[in-house]
Design a protein around this ligand. Structure first.
Ligand SMILES: Nc1ncnc2c1ncn2[C@@H]1O[C@H](COP(=O)(O)OP(=O)(O)OP(=O)(O)O)[C@@H](O)[C@H]1O
Ligand SMILES: [Mg+2]
Length: 354
């Protein structure tokens, strides 16, 4: 398995203290009455050649996080370094120079491809913007990209609606690859696809990663898929990272109570382990990102909540080598409290629907 941290790999993406607040306005004067804290003080690094999985419930800020890292939004605060270049406050013209390095693959290929453009025009569009290829060179490059993602060259003049969902996503991937990027944010790239073709697209992404040395931020709410593709996994809750750990460590021994609850809902392929699986049912709804709870933002739903959790925001810190957690259970002073709380957790037998 890829072990970037111990291999001393280069950090390609460095995110520190990143915040993305969307203002809420009211009245005819559009008075600023609050903020949706979609991303609230997030820090992590992605090593070159690595896939970092970003998981969490709907609305926790995954897409916003991916988009703001590529500067599709202007961050409220924080720093974003890509390949050593700080882009958090870059001007649009400086960003334009960085665009070829960083690209995005979107969830819904139907919505992200212009229906009036042919496949060749869609894949070639970034080349028009950022390169000075002749017409012939451009067509060669388009064919090369179509080959790379497994699309038949003879379909270059067809329109997106003539393709299946999986093939459309291949067009989106080819477009993202056109300028030889180093870093790609894949925002739920398979969520809109049939289960039968999800694996094909994931395999393609993995194969392209090896071939071109790509680094991925892979956003998904499918924990089984993330387990398959990611080297490390970041678990997000209400705008913050609750836990970040190497894949196997996270799935074998989740530390944050939120990760524990999230993983307890994932079915185990091994029937022996599956019968042992205990489901942790979280009570209550996810609070609004416009009005997150004081202290730890998970305190209103946490089965292991302590007094301190409602008062002080836990620091996101390295509690074991390569394992970062934002939870008071793992503060040195709370070690005994943590153990007590662990034994008190209420677990429910798995609910079977079949
Ligand atoms: N452009 C925007 N303006 C205002 N609020 C926004 C905007 N984009 C996202 N939000 C809010 O920010 C929060 C995070 O949204 P985001 O789309 O990043 O979540 P997500 O984790 O990607 O969810 P999903 O799994 O459903 O895709 C949500 O409360 C959402 O309503
Ligand atoms: Mg999203």
């Amino acid at each position: 398995m890829f072990d970037a941290a111990t291999a001393g790999q280069k950090k390609l993406v460095e995110v520190a203290g990143l915040k993305m607040y969307f203002p809420i306005t009211a009245g005819i004067f559009r008075r600023h009455v609050g903020d949706v804290k979609a991303v609230d003080n997030v820090s992590f690094d992605i090593y070159e050649g690595e896939t970092l999985g970003l998981v969490g419930e709907s609305g926790c800020g995954k897409s916003t996080c991916g988009r703001v890292i590529l500067r599709l939004y202007d961050p409220t605060a924080g720093s974003i370094r890509i390949d050593g270049v700080e882009i958090g406050k870059s001007t649009q013209s400086d960003l334009r120079k960085m665009r070829p390095t960083m690209q995005m693959v979107f969830q819904d290929p139907q919505a992200s491809l212009n229906p009036r453009m042919t496949v060749a025009a869609i894949i070639g569009e970034p080349l028009d913007e950022h390169s000075k290829l002749t017409k012939g060179e451009k067509l060669d490059r388009i064919y090369e990209l179509m080959d790379a993602v497994g699309l038949n060259r003879n379909f270059a003049n067809r329109y997106p609606h003539e393709f299946s969902g999986g093939q459309r996503q291949r067009i989106g991937i080819a477009r993202a690859l056109a300028l030889n990027p180093k870093f790609i944010v894949c925002d739920e790239p398979i969520a809109a696809l049939d289960v039968s073709i999800q694996a094909q697209v994931v395999n393609l992404l993995e194969q392209l990663q090896d071939q071109f040395g790509l680094t991925y931020l892979f956003i998904s709410h499918d924990l089984s898929m993330v387990r398959h593709i990611a080297d490390r996994v970041a678990v997000m809750y209400l705008g913050r990272i609750a836990e970040l750990a190497p894949r196997e460590a996270l799935y074998d021994k989740p530390m944050h109570p939120y990760t524990q609850a999230l993983l307890s809902a994932v079915p185990e392929p091994d029937p022996n382990i599956e019968t042992e699986r205990r489901r942790i049912i979280l009570t209550g709804d996810v609070p609004s990102p416009a009005n997150p709870p004081k202290g730890c933002n998970f305190c209103t739903r946490c089965p292991k909540v302590m007094g301190i959790c409602r008062q002080i925001e836990p620091e996101f810190r390295e509690v074991e080598p390569n394992r970062h957690v934002a939870c008071h259970l793992y503060n040195d002073t709370n070690e005994t409290a943590g153990q007590t709380a662990t034994s008190e957790v209420q677990e429910h037998p798995t609910r079977r629907t079949t």
